[in-house]
Ligand binder design. Structure first.
Ligand code: ADP
Length: 503
């Protein structure tokens, strides 16, 4: 019998039991063909453990379990208030285990422990928020004619497949699970192959909170195998995906065969515009947060910074000084560390490849663009924060999503020009601007083609506010009340009150 748990001692000395199997019907099982995926600590390049990788057969078992649970009395039979109570209990359990969950996240993903703790706070906050919504997602009564009574009810969609990325593993799972459970759906989650460990640990908390078997099933596996099987499974009614635009397009195509409901949150190349009347210190701080947080591995990163020509040189210098002060590179478990490694060798190579491409295309590397000299023990996927200036619109680093601590600077001279440049991208996830002119702030915010605009800040999302993009940045919205729309469908009911009268 293959092992389904392993005792792990994390780099901070925490010893805990790590589940490594597939979580189906509230039970741990092994993969049908015995294949596993290796989990690497990106700060040390050492293997932490390996987890079972789901085959199409395993995905089928998970989807069927979710279907049986969806139809079953144990889940169907409880009202929203009771679902909400389960979710609040789950939130309490996550909060009580935050040290362990943040440790796992930091070890598996490479993010600094302090930032991982912030992720876990987001997780339990999201469950509390949606737990509160569970009995408040009403339909309407609609006045039509005296002869009939017409109303709508909100129903769960059914079995939801949720495909999770590696940049915020447990937080992204919570963004999807929160509204799905509040609305009464059942779920099969596929973790990203790079970062399955926190989601697997979390599975046991679902059982402890009292969720019936099959309501949430958690699998690991390769995207092209387990992910694709989930998207194509006939028992799956909805797919919610966060990841790259390329994969999002493949998912859209695959989901079309059974016309599944889909929510996609894909890539971005978000602009941040700094006008010459901006409060400079504030703008520098947010420009930094917008691209350097989470090692730049955020879909809403403001990775293109447009600065007015009057302040371009001063701003660039201040920004560079700020980066060299704040971006302390080191062990994710060292309190002083701001910047950990990129998540994987693949991402590390990709980001370094963009530095090379910037040089080849004639941009000027103002800072960084290489393996971090200060990486601990000369190992790990650490990159020095990279600032590229005077970038032109035809360059790859201007157009493509890099997903690293890598920012490009562009000069502009007029509001009209910069709006055009900011919108000149296939993406439309987020955007940001810094100015002291409130009228201009609203005018420009209205013209930016993006799902979200931050004024005098950057990347400051909030789980109470809808999140999502336009153009090739996605389909639909997550979070906030809008997140409930993605997980419920409206049924209209027409009751004829007077059978003898024609309408
Ligand atoms: P990245 O390239 O940054 O790893 P992806 O979009 O490929 O981002 O991955 C995000 C998630 O999508 C992961 O859970 C991954 O396993 C999954 N995935 C990748 N390819 C597919 C696919 N063809 N079908 C379904 N899921 C996929």
């Amino acid at each position: 019998m293959p092992r389904l748990t392993q005792t792990i001692t994390a780099p901070n000395g925490l010893k805990y039991e790590q589940p490594i199997g597939l979580f189906i019907n509230n039970q741990w099982v092994s993969s049908s063909d015995g294949k596993t995926l290796s989990c690497i600590n990106p700060a040390t390049e050492n293997e932490i453990t390996s987890v079972h990788a789901a085959t199409a057969e395993d995905v089928d078992a998970a989807a069927r379990a979710a279907r049986v649970a969806f139809e079953g009395e144990e889940w169907q039979g409880i009202v929203g208030t009771a679902r909400g109570r389960l979710m609040l209990k789950l939130a309490d359990l996550v909060e009580s285990q935050q040290h362990t969950l943040a440790t796992i996240e930091a070890m598996d993903n490479g993010k600094p422990y302090s930032q991982a703790l912030g992720d876990i706070e987001e997780v339990f906050s999201v469950f509390r928020y949606y737990g509160g919504w569970a009995d408040k997602n009403y339909g309407q009564t609609i006045e039509t004619s005296r002869a009939k009574f017409t109303y709508t009810i909100r129903e769960p969609i059914g079995v939801c497949g949720q495909i999770i990325p590696w940049n915020y593993p447990l937080a992204m799972a919570a963004w999807k699970l929160g509204p799905a459970l509040a609305c009464g759906n059942t779920v099969v989650i596929k973790a990203a192959e790079q970062t399955p460990l926190s989601i697997l640990y979390f599975a046991n908390l679902l059982v402890e909170a009292g969720f019936p078997p099959g309501v949430v099933n958690i699998i690991n596996g390769l995207g092209r195998e387990a992910g694709a099987a989930l998207v194509q499974h006939p028992e799956v009614d909805k797919i919610a995906f966060t990841g790259s635009t390329t994969t999002g397009k493949q998912i859209m195509k695959m989901a079309s065969a059974t016309m599944k409901n889909i929510t996609l949150e894909t890539g971005g190349k978000s602009p941040l515009i700094i006008f010459d009347d901006a409060q400079l210190e504030n703008a520098v701080k947010w420009a930094h947060y917008g691209i350097m947080g989470n090692m730049g591995q955020i879909c809403t990163s403001t990775s293109r910074v447009f600065v007015h020509e009057n302040i371009y040189d001063t701003f660039l210098q201040k920004f560079t000084d700020y980066v060299s002060k704040i971006n302390v590179i080191g062990d994710p478990f060292d309190e002083k560390t701001y910047q950990g490694p990129q998540v994987s060798k693949e991402q590390f190579d990709k980001v370094l490849g963009y530095a090379q491409s910037a040089k080849e295309e004639g941009a000027s590397i103002f800072a960084g663009g290489e393996i971090a000299q200060s990486r601990p023990n000369g190992k790990g996927y650490f990159i020095s924060p990279t600032i590229v200036s005077d970038v032109q619109p035809h360059m790859k680093v201007y157009k493509e999503e890099i997903f690293g601590p890598f920012v490009v600077f562009v000069r502009f001279s007029s509001e009209q020009d910069v709006i055009k440049m900011a919108n000149d991208t296939e993406y439309g996830l987020a955007s940001a601007l810094c100015t002291s002119d409130i009228t201009r702030a609203h005018r420009v915010a209205g013209k930016l083609k993006a799902g979200m605009v931050w004024i005098n800040s950057s990347n400051s999302s909030d789980f109470r506010v809808p999140f999502g993009g336009v153009k090739q940045s996605g389909v639909g919205r997550e979070l906030g009340q809008a997140g409930l729309d993605a997980y419920s469908s409206i049924k209209a009911i027409h009751l004829n009150l007077n059978l003898t009268t024609s309408i």
